[in-house]
Design a protein around this ligand. Structure first.
Ligand code: HEC
Length: 126
């Protein structure tokens, strides 16, 4: 009887923490969406079309400069970067230091939490 009670309360506490983390994800994505206002002038997300910048749909995990119909800089083409979290972090912290010669105007988001939010949002772009 006692064991059963312990299992029940363990299950209850597990689902509570799962709920909390789902909440946090949603909050991070929402915060990232706000920050994306610094990017949306050039990057389209409502379709897979390119604007002044390449579409960022599916960018997380993509090889840099790999969209067929976008005129990337030679610098980005030759960079051999894959857009994992670490590289995205360096890019948004100072894209033109990370890839000198890029055509993208300088952005500088150095706050670690803001980088987390933005990357959480980029992950939702599929
Ligand atoms: C003034 C326009 C502009 C703004 C603002 C801008 N970008 Fe860009 N972005 C570009 C251009 C142009 C490129 C292509 C760069 C190149 O070819 O060197 C690019 C490339 C990228 C790439 C590489 C995509 C690929 O297919 O390899 C990522 C990732 C990216 N931008 C993210 C962002 C994020 C995140 C922000 C906001 C913090 C942002 N950009 C703001 C114009 C912009």
């Amino acid at each position: 009887m006692k064991t059963k009670l312990a299992v029940v309360s363990l299950l209850a506490s597990m689902s509570a923490s799962t709920l909390v983390s789902a909440d946090t994800d949603a909050m991070m994505e929402a915060a990232g969406k706000e920050l994306f206002s610094k990017c949306s002038a050039c990057h389209s997300v409502d379709s897979s079309k390119n604007a002044f910048g390449p579409s960022l749909i599916g960018v997380v995990g993509r090889k840099a400069a790999s969209l067929p119909r976008f005129a990337y800089s030679d610098a980005l083409r030759k960079s051999e970067i894959t857009w994992d979290e670490g590289n995205l972090r360096k890019w948004i912290a100072g894209n033109d230091q990370f890839v000198p010669g890029t055509r993208m105007r300088h952005v500088e988001i150095t706050d670690k939490a803001e980088q987390d939010y933005l990357i959480a949002y980029l992950k939702t772009l599929k």
